[in-house]
Design a binder for this molecule. Sequence first.
Ligand SMILES: Cc1cc2nc3c(=O)[nH]c(=O)nc-3n(C[C@H](O)[C@H](O)[C@H](O)COP(=O)(O)O)c2cc1C
Length: 314
Amino acid sequence: MPRPTINLRVELAPDNEHGLSLRNPVLVASGTFGYGTEYGRLMDVHRLGAIICKGTTVEERDGNLPPRTVETAAGMLNSIGLQNRGIATLLKDYAPKWARWSTPVIVNIAAESLHDYAELAYQVDTTPGIAGIEVNISCPNIDNGSLPFASNPQSAAAATRAVVEATSLPVIVKLSPNVGDIAAIAAAVEEAGADAISLINTVLGMAVDITTRQPTLGAKLGGLSGPAIKPIALRMVWQVAQAVSIPIIGIGGIASPADAIEFLMAGATAVQVGSATFTNPRAALDVLDGLSAWLHAEGIEDVHEIIGAALPPQ
Ligand SMILES: Cc1cc2nc3c(=O)[nH]c(=O)nc-3n(C[C@H](O)[C@H](O)[C@H](O)COP(=O)(O)O)c2cc1C
């Protein structure tokens, strides 16, 4: 007997005029999949729900001093420092390629001022090949004491507003785990007009080289990613799902179908696979295939049946 078709389609921006309808809820995370073009020979990128490209800034950036990555017991630390080719190159060299793809590409933007967030959103707006914007607010706000925009509800909302007012595209705001009250920040971002929230970015950490007796990373501090951060990310998705009504995209240590299912049950409408791609370039597709197989084995016809299953009853 043929397998019944399972509905995997999810909508990440139900209130936006363009919407952000994905054929499945498995995306690849910013900074772990380049501009998508690099993976074409290794896998069928057109099966992904969406691709989030490397974070882009207004100007090209060289990034931090090496070493920029170090392995940890259950993950890795990175301090790439937003090395990227700048928005003009992205629009000229990559967007025309993305416009020919069936998989939506979401552009991740990063800035150190409200002005630059608005400038990036304005430039990306209605560019063919770009389906939405993910706003990395883990960058220092140089106009206001250099604390990251993500660190409190007011500055997170200000960055969100700057982007929302400069674009008609769906806006996903990516939260940082390096905060006290994640639910309050998520609520402020929703109030400021975000269409969706993604979480989490990396967890601030460090390593020391005992030979040199110095911090291992050139930038001294770095962001921890991989399996080590999954319980933190899950906890935050679960808390935020109870504080907002916009869709949530769960990120953090997802390497297997079961990891993704946990995030969906904790309240995420979709997931992003990040560092796992470095050890297995097909990791996101393996997660997708395993999710489909599990739903089929459970007799579930629509992925929405499990979204939020682990949340307390309302
Ligand atoms: C090498 C590397 C580069 C990253 N670059 C970005 C970036 O440019 N913008 C961003 O928002 N997140 C960036 N991230 C964070 C990831 O998108 C993701 O939020 C984080 O790694 C947690 O997911 P994971 O545990 O599945 O890797 C980067 C992560 C890594 C490991």
